[in-house]
Unconditional design. Structure first.
Length: 286
């Protein structure tokens, strides 16, 4: 490791891994070794963290029973029976088909706002820290030839989008997950389907089916598509050209945008109070 000096060769390799990474959703029977899973968690630990909170936490799952339980929570869709009828099969989750998974959580007590308020900012750090860890895990897994996919997760999603009242913690009763931990994502892992032996080359998919229906190519466009060009001069010119109603409209939209940010912040504070109260109630009822 000490021999690894930054330079063109290392950049070539790292850049190659970054470009090669693709979401894998179909896995072979080949097991991912426990040592490899530990190495992946280590990659997650080396991710940056806002305020150096280092509050990312991890659970390694290797047993099918546990993967299945997690899968049931993540994919407990309210419209499951309708999907089954339409597709003629269960919308089986990806996690269940994986050989292992790493659940990424945050210890929210370490990014506690204390007396500073601004709860909404701190909570975002938890999500961002976890995302940094997840990406590290995906990249190292790719470098190791282990197929991987980022599965989004959060208790909020479970209550709203997926309309499930089941909590992540309930799916994993063998693990003591403190109430002040939040789940932010799951990395499903395994060797890509068709690679059952060490000497078989890994096959990362070049495209994917979204929710079993829409084909979405995953190759990326060229840099211009993603780069926002510098255009301040153009903006200034535009401002000078704005007249009458356009100026009024622009000002109104600006006010609306500011109001919506302030409303979101208030909402966030209200949520934080309710969560703190319910946490306190839970603690005192124990
Ligand atoms: C925040 C985040 C959440 C994601 N959640 C899911 C998910 O729940 N299920 C899934 O199959 N893929 C999920 N993905 C993977 C994306 O669908 C995938 O990265 C994207 O389609 C691009 O394909 P690629 O990863 O092969 O480049 C997620 C990716 C990110 C970054």
């Amino acid at each position: 490791m000490e021999d690894l000096r930054p330079g063109r060769d290392v950049a070539e390799v790292v850049g190659g891994v970054i470009r090669q990474r693709r979401s894998t959703r179909h896995f072979s029977d080949r097991k991912v070794s426990h040592d490899d899973l530990l190495r992946l968690v280590e990659a997650g630990i080396y991710a940056p963290s806002g305020h150096n909170s280092q509050n990312q936490r991890f659970i390694i799952l290797e047993q099918f029973k546990e993967l299945e339980a997690l899968d049931r929570v993540r994919f407990s869709w309210p419209y499951k029976s309708a999907v089954k009828r339409l597709m003629g099969r269960d919308p089986k989750g990806i996690i269940r088909g994986a050989r292992a998974a790493i659940v990424v959580l945050s210890d929210d007590s370490l990014t506690s706002p204390g007396s500073t308020g601004e709860y909404f900012i701190w909570r975002d750090l938890n999500v961002q820290n976890s995302a940094a860890s997840i990406q590290n895990i995906l990249l190292l897994a790719t470098a190791m030839g282990i197929g991987n996919v980022w599965i989004s997760a959060s208790s909020k999603m479970n209550f709203t989008r997926l309309l499930s009242s089941r909590r992540w913690a309930e799916a994993l009763p063998e693990y003591e997950i403190p109430a002040h931990y939040s789940v932010h994502g799951v990395v499903a892992l395994g060797y890509p389907r068709g690679t059952n032996a060490d000497d078989e080359p890994e096959v990362f998919p070049a495209g994917e089916r979204k929710h079993g229906v829409v084909w979405a190519p995953t190759e990326r466009g060229n840099l211009d598509h993603y780069l926002i060009p510098r255009c301040r001069r153009k903006m200034k010119r535009m401002k000078g050209q704005l007249k009458g109603w356009d100026v009024v409209r622009l000002q109104l939209l600006d006010k609306l945008a500011r109001a919506s940010v302030s409303f979101t912040q208030r909402l966030d504070r209200a949520i934080s109070h309710i969560e703190a109260r319910s946490r306190k109630a839970r603690r005192s009822s124990r």
